[in-house]
Design a protein around this ligand. Sequence first.
Ligand code: ADP
Length: 272
Amino acid sequence: MQSKDYTPWYVLPKRKCQLSDFDTEPPSKKLPSNSELDDHLVDMGEKLDKLQSTLHAAKTRGLLVVFQGMDTAGKDGVIRSVFTHVSPSGVRAEAFGVPTELESRHDFLWRIHAKAPARGEMVIFNRSHYEDVLVTRVRGLIDEKTCQKRYDNILHFESLLQDAGISVLKCYLHISKSEQKKRLQARLDDPRKHWKLQPSDFDDRDLWPQFTQAYEEALSATSTPESPWYVVPADSKPYRDSFVAGLIVQTLENMKLKTPKPSFDLSKVKLS
Ligand code: ADP
């Protein structure tokens, strides 16, 4: 159990997490205004741009940012808002849907590993290898034993990436069921958003308790000191975006990246 005296932002390693311990709304006492959040986001975006350039130049480290969450939690939205200030050549976004016939004949990490960042790269996963212990579990596509085995596979995989200099930043976008209702209704009401709707959005909503339980187990099993799960309050979009931007900047700053020294003596250069 996490204490309710403070708002937990991440899942403590080796502890059973209960999502009800985490707020979906921003902390009401110190809630900044939307314009303050916008300013913070711009500020973070500028920092992110500079850090990404250094990451690219140094090629000593890489960053994988994983976004998971219930339907409408804002995976697309946060990616759009947070990465607007970064050069498009500096970041790659990958989305994972239902595995293709070929993908499902491979181990579940095959398609994931192929899209992982190299040193020098920043890659965003919109859904990820975690789908293989979430939707698959809720829909009964895998049994309990396979699921437990996959948690181990995931821990080893992420540890392999870390050993290669790739940090894995995992964000669970935490929305309430009532906020999801509002967002689904907004999509139903706006013909321009109809394309976003899938029958599974409504089926999965009916399975909210099962998805919550699957998330709680997956987050508990895979939150580690090197790569904890951050539980992002996501009912407020400006707060969510600002929170995630701050996390990414902090992760890159912790890498203490340095631009490489020139490979030749610049003092000898004579410009004609
Ligand atoms: P989104 O809902 O993220 O906007 P899509 O409409 O393309 O994107 O939906 C992707 C769907 O693929 C989701 O329903 C998700 O649960 C499903 N999916 C992703 N990975 C897997 C997986 N490994 N096994 C089964 N289903 C998966």
